[in-house]
Design a protein around this ligand. Structure first.
Ligand SMILES: [Zn+2]
Length: 313
């Protein structure tokens, strides 16, 4: 259930925005690669809440075969004993593909987290991504195939379930579906990782800014409440895209479009090549970007739940 809050809705939004901006200002400078962990966990919590009990059970049974299951069980006991254990573990599974990125794990697929559709101002012609394998579409396809194959090894299916939970989140982050190509970035800005802006006093990459838009709370209960709030503000019936865009390719093209319109402001957003020369963001940029991110998180949660129902039959 939602935690009671004494602030009026308008004021609550302003406070959340202030906290968000404060969080962005103190971000370490570096290369960001995905929604941050709370973003993925919130999307997973939304999907969990959407799943019928039968599919929650199937997902939980499968995750027991995951290589990190014992670690998650232990974390549950110390971090969130007041929560439902299965929900907590499903939420924790969402960040695992990022956690193994710096390791030699046989399951590490660093290129599955994004797709680099080139964005070329001013007309932004639709062009295919440079590689048609080893991108987020390929990754989601592997998840679907493995989950649908009940004869595949249980550990592999558990790993691919955590990948599916993660990648459906990633594909809804607009900057995971583009790379700006112009005079400054002839080889592309890597989804805003090389494009710096200043939301406050300090410059950060545009990618990092977008990764952090779903908040920074590390408390599972707060993340759960955030998921409830996003779903309440974006019920299924308010999202015509759920019927319109049904495949991962469609979702990636939606994100590409949002990257053009909302992240790069159709090529009008000014950026720098490092955090020191980063220009200030236009007023209200972060506020409207946050609204986009929350809507994307709602879509991701519903689509993830639908995909799990489809593949864990
Ligand atoms: Zn990722």
């Amino acid at each position: 259930m939602r935690v009671p809050c004494r602030l009026k809705p308008g004021l609550r939004t302003s406070v959340r925005l202030l906290l968000l901006i404060a969080g962005l200002v103190f971000l370490p400078v570096g290369r960001a690669l995905a929604w941050n962990a709370p973003g993925h966990i919130i999307i997973a919590a939304e999907a969990w809440r959407e799943l019928p009990a039968k599919f929650q059970k199937r997902a939980s049974e499968l995750l027991k075969h995951h290589p990190d299951y014992a670690k998650w069980e232990k974390a549950f006991a110390t971090e969130a004993p007041d929560m439902d254990a299965d929900a907590f573990i499903f939420m924790r599974a969402s960040t695992w593909p990022d956690e193994i990125r710096e390791t030699k794990s046989e399951y590490n697929h660093p290129h599955w987290h994004f797709i680099n559709y080139p964005l070329k101002p001013k007309s932004f012609p639709k062009e295919p991504a440079p590689s048609s394998t080893e991108d987020v579409l390929f990754g989601i396809e592997q998840c679907e195939k493995t989950l649908a194959d009940t004869r595949a090894p249980a550990e592999l299916r558990a790993v691919y379930l955590s990948y599916l939970i993660h990648l459906v989140g990633d594909i809804h982050q607009p900057l995971h579906c583009c790379s700006l190509v112009d005079k400054t970035y002839p080889k592309g800005d890597k989804g805003g990782n090389d494009f710096y802006v200043k939301p406050g006093e300090r410059g950060i990459s545009l990618h990092s800014l977008w990764d952090g838009l779903l908040g920074r709370s590390v408390r599972p209960r707060s993340q759960w409440n955030e998921a409830i709030q996003i779903e309440a503000e974006h019920p299924r019936k308010s999202l015509p895209e759920l019927n319109r865009a049904r495949t991962p390719k469609d979702w990636s093209l939606e994100s590409r479009e949002l990257a053009i319109e909302k992240a790069y402001l159709r090529g009008k957003l000014k950026g720098g090549t490092d955090w020191e020369t980063a220009p200030s963001l236009p007023a209200d940029y972060t506020k409207s970007a946050k609204a986009v991110a929350e809507r994307q998180a709602a879509l991701a949660g519903y689509r993830l739940a639908d995909a799990i129902e489809k593949y864990l039959r």
